[in-house]
Design a protein around this ligand. Structure first.
Ligand code: ZN
Length: 206
């Protein structure tokens, strides 16, 4: 709710990489209906819907311009997700930064929020406001080339930060494979003194 309390929750885990937007949004709509039904039973009504996506979102706050790890581009989520209350589509790192800004305990008014899983996202908060940038892509750190002649990236570029410091890249460099709790696996092996893991982490940090 508007105080930041979770009033209802519905979760579905799944790997959506390479899936077309329509079936994914269809599943999301089912979850949405569950939450709306539960809210109605509790005497609550929706003030709006916010959809966090791992990708670039246009300033219209409804079009996913590019989501390399989903392989979505120029996707109008507003058309796929018709709701009769306000819809805001945003980058997940930006939403994370706003949550920290609004609900965090004594958060600074100027900070960089970095969110790293398979992809690496970031959001810039300046003087208590989220920086959007000219096209809405401010803070998109994961696809900044750190080695111009590095490996190809799904975004079409080469040598992006994600190719060196994303979870999958670090696992690969450490000679490991896992689809779940990659960070836990890496942290555990590093704590045990696994030299390959420690080198992979050091290289990613560099
Ligand atoms: Zn890239």
């Amino acid at each position: 709710d508007l105080r930041g309390e979770v009033r209802s929750r519905a979760v579905r885990h799944g790997a959506n990489r390479g899936r077309a937007p329509a079936p994914v949004i269809g599943e999301l709509t089912e979850l949405l209906h569950q939450v709306l039904a539960e809210a109605e039973r509790a005497g609550l009504w929706p003030a709006g819907l916010a959809v966090a996506v791992p990708g670039l979102v246009a300033r219209d706050a409804r079009t996913v311009v590019r989501a390399p790890n989903l392989d979505w581009r120029d996707t109008d989520l507003g058309a796929l997700l018709p709701v009769d209350f306000p819809l805001t589509v945003g980058n997940e790192a930006n939403f994370g930064a706003l949550a920290e800004l609004w609900l965090g305990d004594g958060t600074a008014r100027d900070f960089l929020h970095v969110s790293a899983e398979i992809g690496i996202g970031a959001a810039v908060v300046v003087d208590g406001r989220l920086l959007h940038g000219t096209r809405g892509f401010a803070g998109e750190l994961g696809h900044v080339p750190v080695q111009p002649d590095g490996p190809e990236c799904p975004c079409g570029g080469r040598g992006c930060l994600e190719q060196y410091a994303g979870e999958e890249a670090v696992l690969r460099a450490a000679g490991l494979e896992s689809d779940e709790d990659r960070v836990g696996l890496l942290a555990g092996r590093a704590a045990e003194g696994d030299e390959d893991v420690r080198r992979a982490l050091r290289d990613a940090g560099t």
